[in-house]
Design a protein around this ligand. Structure first.
Ligand code: NAD
Length: 383
């Protein structure tokens, strides 16, 4: 997303952003930007990122890009949510944040009346979210004891498993994972749950992590094969599941892959859109990450209707059907799977947008056939 030479409102108009809010609080040392890309399907939802940006332009570019991606993710997941994001400019993301700064961003979020609902993102800790929740009810991912949904990774992993079944049905003509060779890159929160689920489903799992001890522990617990993290992506397998960091699949990696499909939780797995085309040329089916890892956002969205882990897991099962539709759409339109997922998201927004195309505080949040379905209530009472 180019910002240099163009005005911020110019980029907003071009990419469809509704609102960008600049926030500063001198006493609290806060500098932040909140971007609401779309509330066409409901209040915007997205993480707060605490990051050291080389320049303010970088921060703005990031928040505009990430908020737009959240719109697509929520829309294709079938949620009554829009896309938003917040970035807080900090010198050192690893240094604990002062309560005053967290309360100041909490107040700024509160002033938006629910048009932006915060969640945890890079640099944010559960404690940060708890402090922010002291100033606004429009925050998710707080501690379960405070009425939040807690750790989303078990639900995310279940969603990945469903996506994998859809891809196996498409590629191998059989959705069963029994005997399928799956490589899981990253034995963190999602990776560990995924290895467990794959083990239970009878798959032949191999796992790798830069933290060798962590991978070894997970491998031993679930009878998986331990791989050197430096060659995990090149390991021959049926399905490769990137569950570590983003940007792991670039042009130089594509030629070394020995998998039939890529289905993983990591955000932004491809370095750029051209990689999707290169994968297609190599006959490797790529399930778009924002479709596959939607379990996280599905889990959070359950907070608005009174959180239930059982219901979140049930809803994550829809990822199987969505993945199948993405693969079919790509084939029928002759486009990449990533483009197909975006197309499905845009079609849903065009069909199911709220009257007026925007959500306003106090309005119903979900409509069917022109009738209000429910009114948003904050995830929990103000403390
Ligand atoms: P995590 O930090 O718990 O785990 C990531 C693991 O990857 C760590 O163990 C880390 O050591 C390892 N790792 C880093 N670089 C690696 C490399 N090059 N090779 C092998 N291992 C490497 O994170 P998580 O919560 O499990 O999330 C994993 C990915 O899924 C992230 O990209 C995250 O953005 C995405 N995601 C997570 C959720 C969720 O519910 N947690 C939801 C949606 C998307």
């Amino acid at each position: 997303m180019a910002l240099h030479g163009s005005s911020i409102t110019g980029v907003m108009a071009e990419r469809g952003h509704e609102q960008v809010v600049f926030v500063a609080d001198r006493d609290a040392g806060l500098r932040a930007v909140i971007a609401i890309h779309s509330t066409a399907l409901g209040p915007s939802l997205g993480g707060i990122r605490f990051w050291h940006y080389a320049s303010e332009a970088d921060a703005i570019r990031d928040v505009l890009r990430l908020s737009e991606a959240m719109t697509l993710k929520a829309a294709v997941a079938g949620l009554h949510q829009g896309g938003g994001k917040a970035v807080v400019l900090v010198d050192d993301p690893d240094r604990p944040r002062a309560d005053e700064l967290l309360r100041a961003i909490g107040r700024a979020i509160d002033e938006l009346g629910g048009r932006y609902i915060a969640a945890e993102d890079v640099g944010a800790t559960p404690r940060d979210m708890d402090v922010i929740a002291g100033e606004t009810p429009w925050v998710t991912g707080v501690d379960e004891a405070l009425g939040g949904s807690g750790d989303p990774s078990p639900v995310t992993a279940v969603g990945v498993l469903h996506a994998m079944r859809a891809v196996c049905a498409d590629v191998f003509g059989d959705e069963s994972l029994h005997g399928r060779r799956v490589v899981v890159q990253g034995a963190g929160h999602v990776g560990t749950h995924l290895v467990r689920l794959l083990h239970d489903a009878g798959a032949e799992v191999a796992v790798a992590d830069v933290n060798h001890e962590r991978a070894a522990r997970v491998a031993a617990e679930y009878g998986a094969r331990l791989l050197d993290h430096r060659c995990a992506l090149e390991e021959p397998c049926d399905v490769l599941a990137p569950c570590a960091l983003g940007a792991v699949i670039g042009p130089e990696v594509v030629s070394t892959l020995q998998c039939r499909a890529i289905v993983g939780a990591a955000n932004n797995q491809l370095t750029d859109a051209s990689v999707a085309e290169q994968l297609e040329v190599r006959g490797i089916v790529y399930a778009p990450d924002f479709v596959v890892n939607a379990g996280g956002i599905i889990n959070i969205a359950e907070e608005f209707v009174g959180y239930s882990r059982a219901r979140a897991l049930e809803k994550a099962a829809a990822i199987r059907e969505t993945t199948a539709r993405v693969l079919e759409t790509a084939r029928s339109l002759g486009i990449t799977t990533e483009q197909a997922a975006e197309e499905l998201a845009r079609r849903r927004i065009a069909k199911e947008a709220l009257p007026g195309g925007r959500w306003r505080p106090g309005s119903p949040t979900a409509w069917t056939h022109g009738e209000p379905l429910r009114t948003l209530r904050p995830p929990r009472p103000r403390r």
